[in-house]
Design a protein around this ligand. Structure first.
Ligand SMILES: [Zn+2]
Length: 95
């Protein structure tokens, strides 16, 4: 498997996930940055807003602030949103 971390962890491209709060709101219909999630790779539990956001590629990638692996990947096309949440044990949506 290719190691893509060395390419993606360029500090200039890195924001925290609060910067994509509006996008998350559009997708989930709720404020998500203060909600917890759990990294499937290292088990780190943290608010979504603390994830590292990479927004320059095709779509948005949110990475764990502890192990830097991908937690969420969001790609938008004109008629759909693709959400890859394989790196999250869970996402919590407040009722
Ligand atoms: Zn992690």
């Amino acid at each position: 498997m290719m190691d893509d971390i060395s390419v993606d962890t360029n500090q200039e491209m890195m924001l925290d996930a609060n910067s994509v709060g509006g996008l998350l709101w559009d997708i989930f219909g709720a404020e998500m940055t203060a909600e917890p999630t759990k990294c499937a790779h290292c088990g780190n539990q943290a608010e979504i807003g603390t994830l590292l956001a990479y927004t320059q590629g095709p779509g948005v990638v949110l990475r764990c602030s502890t192990c830097c692996k991908v937690v969420l990947r969001i790609v938008q096309t004109p008629d759909a949103v693709y959400l890859d949440a394989r790196g999250a044990v869970y996402l919590r949506l407040r009722r």
